[in-house]
Design a protein around this ligand. Structure first.
Ligand code: UT7
Length: 315
């Protein structure tokens, strides 16, 4: 399996740290030094599905194929306006595809989980072209009066088209259930039989616990991914790490003893856009001409669950 095209789309509204400090007890200095975020794109009057469709069409164009060529669509999404139907089906119709599709919710690690699923379809000989779309609006999950969470996130969509090939060298996924560290409750409709107490709770996060998990999981996933195919960290040209916090990225970089220039970042302008973060970064690096053919790239992501994963692929 090879990645043969990428695309991304962002909401037009840009919210700076200064704008947040107008209604929150926070500052540009705190957010920048603790997270690396300076501004983020935030959904306003757009619909997430429109961003997803735009990112998908850009990826198809980049791959020089049409939607009719697709054999499967996988969409990674945590929340959107619809409970049902699934976002992948809305994207399927929006781009004019006719293939089957499915959604997955693996939080910020969704793109790597989608790659693992697609890779098994390729190994089974069932597909020729697959589209992965990650579309996320985490800014609709947070309480905008909670300075410890709402400053971290941004929205957007990232997509990749896959074709046959041998460029995916290794993928490792992990899960370790810790549902009290990063979670949100949504209120479902009552029934005559519900007696338990239920409530609508926005995103809650134990930041330091998530931070420690992220560094440990990413370091372990990357090491296992490289070890499986006997690749040394020094042989990798680029490390695309989930854009959650520059301090997390630095800790992973230090663990691997790798130079700063191998770790592209876009968190400064995007914040954490959940599973969209990795494919948006991939698309931006690709379009900026940062990759050369044959480069070895590691991608690593971690998120609520906890779940995490890493992949090594050749460009
Ligand atoms: O996609 C995966 C999801 N999430 C992550 O990867 C997040 C992982 N965690 C983190 O990135 C960091 O833990 C945070 C950025 C969330 C927080 O940074 P921290 O260095 O762990 O700060 P903290 O939670 O220990 O809070 C330090 C102080 C607290 O004040 P006190 O108790 O020391 O007086 C907070 O109330 O900073 C305060 N604080 C803020 N101050 C100004 C928390 N948020 C803010 C804020 N502005 N926005």
């Amino acid at each position: 399996m090879n990645i043969i095209g990428t695309g991304s789309a962002l909401p037009k509204k840009i919210v700076t740290n200064g704008m947040l400090s107008e209604f929150l007890d926070t500052s540009d200095e705190w957010i920048t030094t603790r997270t690396g975020v300076k501004s983020r794109h935030v959904i306003s009057d757009e619909k997430l599905e429109d961003l997803a469709i735009k990112a998908a069409l850009k990826a198809l164009d980049d791959a020089s194929i049409s939607a009719a060529d697709l054999d499967f669509i996988i969409c990674s999404n945590v929340v959107n306006e619809y409970v049902t139907p699934q976002l992948s089906c809305i994207i399927q119709g929006g781009i004019g595809a006719a293939c089957p599709c499915m959604d997955i919710n693996c939080a910020c690690a969704g793109f790597i989980h989608a790659l693992e699923i697609a890779e098994s379809f390729y190994k089974a000989g069932r597909v020729n072209k697959v589209l992965i779309v990650c579309a996320e609006e985490p800014t609709r999950m947070t309480d905008w009066n909670d300075r410890s969470t709402c400053v971290l996130f941004g929205d957007g969509a990232g997509a990749a088209v896959l074709g046959p090939g041998e460029n995916i060298r290794s993928i490792k996924l992990s899960a370790s259930s810790a549902t009290d560290k990063l979670w949100q409750y949504r209120l479902l409709h009552p029934t005559p039989y519900i007696t338990k107490e239920e409530c609508d709770v926005p995103l809650q996060m134990k930041g330091q616990d998530v931070f420690k998990f992220a560094v440990k999981a990413a370091s372990g996933d990357i090491s296992r991914t490289l070890a499986e195919v006997s690749v040394d960290p020094d042989q990798v040209d680029h490390y695309l790490v989930h854009q959650a916090n520059t301090r997390i990225i630095t800790a992973i970089r230090n663990y691997l003893h790798q130079p700063d220039e191998k770790f592209p970042v876009n968190i400064t302008d995007h914040g954490n856009s959940s599973s969209s973060s990795c494919p948006i970064l991939l698309d931006e690096c690709s379009r900026a001409g940062r990759f050369n053919e044959g480069d070895l790239i590691v991608m690593s992501a971690f998120g609520a669950g906890f779940v995490s994963g890493a992949v090594l692929f050749k460009w």
